[in-house]
Design a protein around this ligand. Structure first.
Ligand code: AHM
Ligand code: MG
Length: 334
């Protein structure tokens, strides 16, 4: 039987043999993975653990929080605040940044997360996940401010997600390809199940919320119309559609078998660039997808090159199989 490689061993070897990550970053990834294990247990208990349903609160974007949004946020903070590897955290579910309390040592990294992505799927027992992104605090300064988080995605030093589906799977990049670890529940550890993941450049599958079609901009409408026209249309092939409404699950499918995912700007809220959040969703996913050979743009420019203006900034997202993303982006340029 092939040797099983745990996440711990994989990280140690990447640090020792290839120098891909520092000891602090290794600890950080381990702690994020441990927190995800905790969230996975809470998700699995569902109604038996009393974790389903809404809480009586709203987050900074005015969305009603689910109980699991809040639980996952707390698990991530409690797991990460004491290790000495972080300076501060930011979350989709918190208004401002969370400074590591003074009673703990301060590290040099900044952690950002969407603690529970796909919230609308929690109560209906469909895959959801945690998305995370790690940046380095600017050098040579004592404290941390919100401004320090506003770095483009190209500056991420680690990113990934954990999907809570039929299996609990952690997907990670530190800028040297994408590795996949599956949670072995009996052992309680993540085990390497795939390395050097590659997204095929071409695809016959798209993911978009079609109910918003009438609100889309012309280039997106053109692209989808051409897909729907199938064999007889300009694309000369039939397309299939999937929409899980959990970005983690849609991206995970694309990593597994290709496809294109879109959450474009739409006319309902003309002043908002999109629905998804640049720092907690788009940047980490864009980096994972690029590291697997795919592409990610906002329809016009590479997501990772966008200079964030604010912590909770939103963005249009087109990501996945390279040739399709390039096509959608070219339609926007016309
Ligand atoms: P969330 O972070 O509040 O769960 O929102 C993000 C989710 C994505 O996971 C998913 O792609 C999208 O929102 C689904 O939106 P819609 O409900 O419009 O289909
Ligand atoms: Mg989300």
């Amino acid at each position: 039987m092939a040797q099983r490689i745990s996440l711990t061993r994989w990280l140690v070897e990447k640090q020792r043999v290839q120098g891909h990550l520092s000891a602090e970053l290794r600890l950080l990834v381990e702690i994020v993975a441990r927190a995800c294990k905790g969230i996975s247990h809470a998700v699995n208990k569902g109604a038996l653990g009393g974790v389903l349903g809404s809480a009586e609160s709203e987050n900074v974007q005015g969305e009603v929080q689910k109980k699991l949004d809040i639980i996952a946020n707390e698990v991530l903070i409690e797991a990460n605040e004491w290790g000495g590897h972080l300076a501060a955290m930011a979350s989709e579910e918190m208004d401002g940044i969370y400074l590591v309390p003074n009673r703990y040592p301060q590290g040099e990294y900044l952690l950002l997360f969407d603690p529970l992505d796909g919230s609308s799927n929690i109560d209906v027992n469909v895959s959801i996940g945690t998305i995370f992104s790690v940046l380095k605090k600017p050098e040579g300064q004592a404290g941390v401010t919100e401004q320090d988080f506003l770095q483009p995605g190209t500056r991420q030093v680690a990113a990934g997600y954990c999907i809570y589906g039929p299996q609990t799977t952690l997907v990670l990049t530190t800028g040297h390809g994408v590795a996949v670890f599956t949670l072995d529940r009996e052992q309680g550890s993540f085990v390497l199940t795939d390395e050097n993941v590659r997204i095929p450049a071409d695809t016959k599958e798209f993911a978009i919320n079609m109910s918003n079609m009438r609100h889309w901009d012309e280039p997106v409408r053109r692209y989808i119309d051409e897909c729907l026209a199938g064999k007889d249309g300009p694309r000369g092939k039939d397309f299939n559609m999937r929409w899980i409404a959990s970005m983690v699950a849609d991206v995970h499918r694309i990593l597994t078998r290709g496809g294109v995912f879109m959450y474009p700007w739409d006319k309902r809220e003309p002043n908002k660039p999109g629905k998804l959040r640049l720092m907690y969703e788009a940047n980490p996913m864009a980096w994972v997808v690029e590291q697997a050979g795919g592409a990610a743009t906002n329809g016009r420019e590479r997501i990772l090159d966008i200079q964030p203006q604010s912590l909770h900034e939103r963005v249009s997202v087109v990501l996945g199989s390279k040739n399709e993303v390039e096509r959608v982006t070219a339609y926007h340029a016309k």
